[in-house]
Ligand binder design. Structure first.
Ligand code: PMP
Length: 301
């Protein structure tokens, strides 16, 4: 388990992490009715540089709109949110790179299964930026669990309750000796992993499922597409078949907590072994995330 820093933002203030508590009768607990994001913060000579913070904020707003949580953007305009995150970091004073998990929870007690007009609370805590997957040679298995479609629990909304789908697939994958699961959609097309987006390389072209493929619109996915385009690598967002995974020249996955992880095998079929495009993109991505001159970083002063 990653180390969590001592102070957590809860409501409108910083409290000790142990005091940031939700009621067992809140909708957040009863129905998984919280939306969240996790963003990376590079610590550089005592400066806190957050990766694509405004994009993370915008995705929180979108998640709230999808679920029907109507108070977030009124209670937390971007500048107020950014200022809360700044206070959180300056209070905890991390010296190494960290993740911040920011959530907006419905904490009204017993309103039943609905989402509008209910009291909600912001929480944010800081923890060490330990990757959730090895960065090299991960083994993936296609899951027998299907990704929740947009007409059921939209993958586009980062809502806690939706993650039961990810837990089912990842635990089954771990039980079978894989590092993570690849979800297919109801028609058998590739979507994403339990908490990361997927890219393959075929004949020099970088391919990833499109935005309407029942995926979370990953901020690192977008970054990789931008970096690859700048590099002159041809990229396609399009439906991806399961069997294209088996014949891919390279596969890697991306996400805040996965960074870039290069895939060794899918369903026991080896990929590679060379991965020149992954190797080209990885340092560019690292630099986007941690170089103080990166255009993607926002200093929280
Ligand atoms: N898909 C899912 C289901 C995720 O949970 C994540 C992690 N947030 C991602 C993709 C990657 O998104 P991001 O790059 O914004 O971290």
């Amino acid at each position: 388990m990653a180390h969590i820093y001592p102070y957590t933002y809860f409501g409108n203030q910083l409290v000790s992490h142990a005091d940031a508590k939700l009621s067992v009768a809140s909708s957040a607990v009863l129905y998984g009715l919280s939306v969240y994001t996790v963003f990376h913060v590079t610590v550089h000579n005592g400066r806190y540089l957050a990766f694509r913070l405004e994009d993370h904020y915008r995705r929180l707003v979108h998640s709230c709109n999808i679920i029907g949580i109507d108070t977030f953007s009124e209670d937390w305009p971007y500048e107020a949110f950014r200022s809360a995150m700044t206070k959180l970091l300056h209070k905890n004073i991390p010296t190494g790179n960290v993740f911040v998990r920011a959530s907006f929870h419905i904490d009204t007690e017993l309103p039943g299964t609905r989402s509008r007009g209910l009291a909600a609370v912001l929480s944010a805590f800081v923890y060490d930026a330990d990757p959730i997957l090895p960065t090299d040679n991960i083994k993936l298995g296609v899951s027998s669990w299907r990704r929740t479609p947009d007409i059921s629990i939209p993958a586009r909304a980062k809502v806690n309750g939706g993650y039961v789908n990810s837990v089912l697939a990842r635990q089954a994958a771990l039980d079978q000796g894989y590092d993570d699961a690849i979800f297919l959609d109801e028609n058998g097309h590739v979507t994403e992993l339990s908490a990361a987006n997927i890219f393959i390389v075929r004949d020099g072209t970088l391919i990833t499922p499109g935005q309407s493929a029942d995926i979370l619109e990953g901020i690192n996915r977008r970054t990789i597409i931008e970096l690859a385009t700048q590099e002159g690598i041809s990229t396609q967002e399009r439906p991806l078949d399961r069997t294209e995974l088996y014949i891919a020249n390279e596969i890697f996955v991306t996400g805040t907590s996965a960074f870039i992880a290069q895939v060794e095998s899918v369903d026991g079929r080896p990929i590679g072994p060379a991965h020149p495009i992954t190797d080209r993109l990885r340092p560019l991505y690292q630099s986007a995330l941690t170089n103080p001159d990166s255009v993607y970083l926002d200093e929280l002063l």
